[in-house]
Design a protein around this ligand. Structure first.
Ligand code: PAF
Length: 288
């Protein structure tokens, strides 16, 4: 695996690889953007990209502009040595490991604002003000440097996938970049794999499975009609397990508009964000 810290070096190297490919116009490159603390979920994205592309690039960059909570940023797990080992074992071709000054040469103040519309007013958009602006700022910059033909994202960050899709539309890149949304990988008990799971203490790690159980409960019990009672029950179950939920919502899987009365046809997705002590976990499940 080749490691780059400077965007210019990476861009030049990629361009050379493109030119060296026998059928240059069909050159395909998969990109997996991450914030490190890699787990099997990330590795499954690398594997998906490797299976479909000439070249697979991964980035590790803990983006300061997407953290609305400085404590969360400071405590974000960093495991770079093992990350590199995992990427090499998975056969990743390139790792981009930039410094903040490389991504934001003009600093992190006065960055671009994206018109994300409704998407930014609900769920994580509402509970983490500025978060999705930060995601767009870093993803636009990374995509401009790497210029992949395919982007690989995990379904665990359901709303983020929709935001990045919107970003690609806003940039007019839809015809040159395909987004692949890959399934959430889960631990044996069902907890969605996440870098933040590393921050859970032993007791909380056991309790954390309640999110998955709630999602399953919603999936098994959803019926046409008003969904309020079902959501309230799930909320109570999380609270009983020591969580402080930000939200439990059932929304239209394509628009993220809340479904109050389900007609039995609209495609619903259940989304949860909840704190266990200081650690905020998110998860989602398609229902119906
Ligand atoms: O999902 C993440 O790890 C991050 O939000 C991303 C997409 C790498 C942008 O920093």
């Amino acid at each position: 695996m080749v490691l780059f810290k400077k965007s210019e070096d990476l861009s030049k190297w990629i361009e050379t690889q493109r030119r060296l490919t026998p059928s240059e116009q069909f050159f395909s490159m998969g990109f997996v953007p991450t914030m490190g603390a890699l787990h099997q979920g990330h590795i499954s994205l690398i594997e998906a990209s490797k299976a479909e592309n000439d070249l697979t690039v991964c980035s590790i960059f803990v983006n300061p502009t997407q953290f609305n909570d400085t404590k969360d940023f400071e405590k974000y797990p960093a495991t770079i040595e093992t990350d590199i080992e995992k990427l090499e074992a998975a056969g990743c071709d390139v790792l981009f490991l930039p410094a903040v000054s490389e991504i934001y040469p003009q600093g992190t103040q006065l960055l671009k604002h994206y018109n994300l519309g409704f998407l930014e007013t609900v769920l994580d958009g509402k509970f983490r003000p500025g978060h999705f602006q930060g995601v767009c700022q870093v993803v636009e910059r990374l995509l401009q440097i790497v210029k992949p033909t395919q982007l690989y994202l995990g379904q665990k960050d359901y709303q983020q996938c929709m935001v990045i899709s919107k970003l690609i539309d806003l940039m007019g890149w839809g015809n040159k970049m395909k987004i692949n949304i890959c399934p959430t990988l889960r631990e044996a008990d069902g907890l969605a794999m996440s870098s933040r799971n590393m921050r859970l203490n032993k007791d909380d790690r056991i309790k954390a499975v309640a999110i998955y159980q709630c999602l399953n409960h919603l999936k098994e019990n959803i019926k046409p009609g008003n969904l309020q009672y079902l959501k309230e029950k799930a909320f109570k179950k999380l609270e009983q397990n020591g969580f402080k939920p930000d939200y439990i919502n059932i929304a239209d899987a394509y628009s993220l508009e809340e479904i109050v009365n389900w007609d039995g046809h609209q495609k619903p997705v259940a989304l949860i964000a909840a704190f266990l002590n200081e650690v905020r976990l998110i998860d989602n499940m398609l229902l119906g």
